[in-house]
Write a protein of this length. Structure first.
Length: 153
């Protein structure tokens, strides 16, 4: 368990985390497919989480809370996995070509933004985006559900 923190401070910190996370997601994968995935999947989920915490804040305004650290570390791990597997180079996506992941664009030495002789996308990385998104959402939901209010002394 963590040290006790006020409910209002926790809500503010979580809102800051959401803003920074979305900024990193949208910056790391500056492509139409990624923006569609994040806009229609992650943004509504994060808004629901913030509304949940605001309700929590109204209910337990002057109290402190504690949280479990394991779901927090799992959600950060899955968040890193999302960033690494997010579609980054989608040159030719409108013509039906697959996107290259963030990790492939930074580790590959070939020029990925041409139509001729491009290497195929790493399919294992390409397939990991949606499971990583789902696992991240589940771990954040578990993290928020495992918050415990500290009894006033």
């Amino acid at each position: 368990m963590s040290q006790a923190i006020s409910v209002g401070n926790f809500t503010s910190l979580f809102t800051g985390y959401v803003i920074v996370s979305l900024a990193v997601y949208f910056t790391a994968s500056f492509t139409i497919p990624a923006w569609l995935i994040y806009s229609f999947f992650l943004v509504p989920f994060y808004l629901i989480c913030i509304l949940y915490l605001m309700n929590f804040n109204l209910k337990y305004y002057q109290q402190s809370l504690r949280y479990k650290r394991l779901p927090l570390f799992l959600s950060l791990f899955f968040q890193l996995l999302i960033i690494l597997t997010s579609p980054t180079s989608c040159y030719g996506w409108n013509q039906g070509k697959a996107c290259y992941s963030f990790i492939q664009t930074h580790l590959a030495t070939e020029s990925l933004a041409t139509f001729r002789t491009t290497p195929p996308p790493w399919w294992i990385v390409d397939l990991m985006l949606f499971p990583a998104l789902i696992l991240h959402v589940i771990s954040v939901a578990i993290f928020l559900r495992r918050i415990r209010i500290e009894k006033p002394q």
